[in-house]
Ligand binder design. Structure first.
Ligand code: GLC
Length: 602
């Protein structure tokens, strides 16, 4: 055994020093035989450890990684090192990985993170438009490029795995996760989702270690019945579909991800016809693995198995037997040592057959071998300067440009760069946190200067001529009429993530409405830019607006908005969600209740 570990360690050290890209073109049969070789050496404790994922914040002590043979760590939203900057992320990764390699067999851990619109937890990384904006670009090549850059920045910090792309096709916009979906149209999601998978998984670091993607959340996360979710709202609710409807509507986008070789799939919190996805053998094994041919591994969502009816020990029995291969225990709710103990007990008592454990561990090992992790776990810092690079930011700016959807223009766009005076107002005009939205540095995002980037106001200032006087006023109270009397007003939603964004009503904020009215009363022509994670109720107000554009959650490169505003680029963005008069009616609103249909954009 010691020989094997020394060999594995030696290999990883040799590879650590080499500085050329090794393409690990090992065949599937070689991957399988290597996995079986390791599996046959593993004790039950080591197998159980491989199936355990912990958030690094909740490790009792770092030596638990080797003591309990832990297979994976994650950084959930906001789970960053003491100092949030790239070198500290890389040091944290290598610290944990070095400890994991001390276990008897020295199997490296696979580290996962929600890099869902850039490496968005890391200060200084480029934050791209959220998927609702990328959906409006309808540009698979761009989505591939954005995902590739995201993985380059993820890999630079050592991290192996992003919990992306989200393949939701949200129907009820009252769901706080609407913006994580590319579109309400599953076929558009399938197209962009496959591009994202191949983009994320196309990146290998200098030693050939690749980043793996995760298609989520399987299945029906964005299709729940209103009122069946948390707090009587939407998130984690019940999705009611016949098997035929499910196969026709929601499975093809996952089939395309599987065909694009996605290495992991995350089970969804919601229920399907009253059965929790995390406990559904029909979904996770019969359909996903047997019928659809998924050969990677299934990861649970954060404490997702805990929501299965019954006690924790039966949650474990039901979810593992259903087809969960690795459990995101997290360690925040149930202690991970308790999970490990109960999983072992389930096997020892014959409640979970060893064949199921071996299948799960084999799947996990194959992913680690296939993506070069086994041979090159540790990462040097040569790529850290790529994080937030000018080249990456210019792609971010392009993505912002192409995501802007102009929905109304009474001949005031594009604005002149040579105005004598331009008023810029609204709480979203100079607010990087607001334009990034959720999943940005912190789990729930934040306000103001949360990271490095360009606000919409910054972009406007860089675009207009020297002679133009920009008058910025967040609440517009001190704005007085001027000869040009043009105002750009940036309004919209404060950041939110997951169920924090579930809302019964999708009206605009009263402050936003009264700000625009006050400017109109002063005789201004108003170009309204809406920062939001979903269509909102604008029908009662839009007639008073001279121009209106949905800019979604554009991320750090706010100058992409001024590229459109001042006509340096022609807007190409088209709605990837229909926009009803009453947006609470969601994507299934009747045609005669639509303000703008899917695909619309000036
Ligand atoms: C969250 C989300 C999931 C995310 C995971 C890890 O609860 O549902 O999308 O990947 O936990 O942060």
């Amino acid at each position: 055994m010691r020989y094997f570990k020394i060999l594995l360690l030696t290999l990883s050290i040799i590879n650590f020093s080499c500085d050329f890209q090794k393409t690990n073109k090992i065949s599937e049969s070689e991957i399988s035989s290597r996995a079986n070789e390791i599996l046959n050496m593993m004790t039950l404790e080591e197998k159980v450890g491989q199936m355990t994922q912990i958030d690094q914040r909740f490790l009792d002590t770092i030596t638990d990684l080797s003591t309990y043979h832990i297979g994976s760590l994650l950084s959930g939203g906001g789970s960053h090192p003491d100092v949030n900057e790239p070198q500290a992320w890389l040091d944290m990764y290598n610290k944990y990985q070095s400890e994991a390699l001390k276990s008897r067999l020295g199997i490296p851990l696979v580290y996962g993170i929600d890099a869902v619109h850039g490496h968005n937890n890391v200060y200084g990384a480029v934050i791209f438009p959220h998927n609702i904006g990328l959906g409006a670009t309808n540009n698979p090549e761009l989505v591939h490029k954005v995902s590739e850059i995201t993985s380059i920045e993820v890999a630079a910090t050592g991290i192996d795995w992003t919990f992306a792309p989200c393949l939701s096709s949200p129907e009820d916009y009252r769901w706080g996760r609407t913006y994580e979906g590319f579109s309400s149209d599953p076929s558009l999601v399938a197209n962009l989702g496959a591009a994202a998978v191949s983009g994320y998984q196309s990146v290998a670091n200098m030693n050939g270690k690749k980043v793996i993607a995760c298609a989520k959340h399987f299945v029906g996360d964005g299709n729940t019945e209103y009122g069946t979710g948390m707090n009587g709202l939407v998130d984690r609710g019940n999705t009611v579909l016949t098997i035929d409807e499910l196969k026709e509507k929601l499975l093809p986008k996952y089939q395309e991800a599987i065909d694009a070789d996605v290495q992991t799939i995350m089970a969804s919190y919601n229920s399907w016809n009253g059965v929790k996805c995390h406990g559904s053998r029909e979904l996770l094994t019969d359909i996903l693995k047997d019928e659809m041919g998924f050969t990677g591994f299934v990861i649970s969502d954060w404490q997702g198995i805990d929501e299965i009816p019954g006690d924790y020990k039966s949650d474990i029995e039901i979810s593992i037997n259903a087809g969960i291969d690795m459990v995101m225990v997290s360690g925040q709710g149930q202690p991970y040592k308790k999970f490990i103990k109960l999983l072992k007990e389930n096997v020892e008592e014959g409640l979970i057959p060893m064949s199921r454990i071996d299948d799960a561990v084999s799947r996990i090992l194959k992913v680690k071998i296939r993506n070069g992790l086994m041979d090159n776990p540790l990462v040097s810092n040569e790529n850290l300067t790529l994080i937030g690079s000018a080249e990456h930011r210019s792609v971010g700016r392009q993505a912002v440009r192409e995501s802007v959807v102009v929905l109304k223009d009474d001949n005031i766009l594009p604005l002149s760069k040579d105005l004598q005076t331009l008023v810029v107002a609204g709480k979203g005009a100079d607010n990087l946190g607001m334009q990034c939205g959720g999943w940005s540095i912190e789990w729930q995002g934040g306000q103001g200067d949360i990271t490095v980037g360009t606000t919409i106001l910054d972009g406007i200032k860089k675009t207009v001529s020297e002679s133009t006087e920009i008058i910025y006023s967040e609440d517009g109270s001190d704005v007085v009429p001027n000869p040009d009397n043009i105002a750009v007003v940036v309004i919209g939603e404060d950041p939110y993530t997951e169920w924090f964004g579930d809302k019964e009503n999708l009206d605009l904020n009263n402050d936003d409405i009264s700000l625009i009215k006050s400017l109109k009363d002063k005789g201004f022509k108003v170009a309204v830019l809406l920062i939001s994670g979903r269509p909102l109720n604008v029908a009662d107000h839009i007639d008073q607006w001279d121009a209106f554009a949905a800019i979604w959650l554009p991320g750090t490169e706010g100058d992409g908005v001024s590229d459109i505003l001042f006509g340096d680029f022609i807007s190409k963005g088209k709605l990837s969600f229909p926009w009803p008069i009453n947006t609470e009616d969601g994507s299934n609103a009747q045609k005669d209740n639509l303000l703008f249909d899917i695909g619309y954009g000036l």
